[in-house]
Design a protein around this ligand. Sequence first.
Ligand code: SAM
Length: 291
Amino acid sequence: MMSAIALLRRYRIHPDKALGQHFLVNDRIARRIVDATGVDAHTVVLEIGPGIGALTRQLVERARHVVGVEIDPALFRVLQAEFADCQNLTLLCQDICDLDITEVCRAHGVDDLIVVGNLPYNITGPVIERLLRYRSVIRLATIMVQQEVGARLTAPPGNKTYGALSVIVQYTYQPRLLFRVSPGHFIPRPAVQSVVMTLTPHPTPPVNVHDPDCLFRLVKAAFRHRRKMLHHALTGDLIPHPDAAQRAEIESCTGIDLRRRGETLSLAEFGRLADAIGQRHNRNETAKREM
Ligand code: SAM
């Protein structure tokens, strides 16, 4: 099999910046990433954006089956040619954001799969949303992301990078930073440092919340105006016009001072607040029905 650099020359590939194309050209790092996936002969793998196959080559040697989803038709043709003899690889030329991951599991007769990808940085957010949405069929995700994204996903409360995505991801997955990859290992060089990280789904959520949707809405509202105190940031759909007595009631049942900012709250505190707001909402709805 040709090296990544030789492949780029042979097929005269001009990386498309709009598709976040930065190809990994260091085999040792590719092997380290694949080692972190825990893929074995029983595993079905979903690879996001195989590019010219830096990770794919190692994955097909270890996995039962690999499904590679590449949006660029030119790279899709390169992959088809390079992996023509490979029996355990299915290539799909489509946008990963349109893929039903449950369907991939069903097609391969498995309950879950492992996701691997050196993510195109321009669609990191939508890809993470997919990982959240399909959490029940993902055993582990090993992804390479921009260093700042890795910091945000793992940030603790109070940290300047702690945001809605940190809380929502940490409710669903245990994120773990593994190692850094510097720009010199890609062609073309990205302007940023990258990190490889794993997301392991929690067997059960780390905090007990009645309605996770209410938690997610609360977290997004709290960080929409991250400098505002909670009772201002949440006034609207979530806590319609709370008076002093209502504020005091929420504060006493959660133990959370609503003058705090969302960025200081832990996941457990967000959980308590979500339950208190949810209960209050349900009580109001019942009262309205009985009127
Ligand atoms: N895995 C290869 C590697 O490590 O060298 C390529 C990584 S490159 C950072 C990202 C790859 O994702 C590119 O091949 C790009 O064409 C592909 N890509 C970009 N947007 C995509 C999308 N929405 N769906 C699927 N693939 C996409």
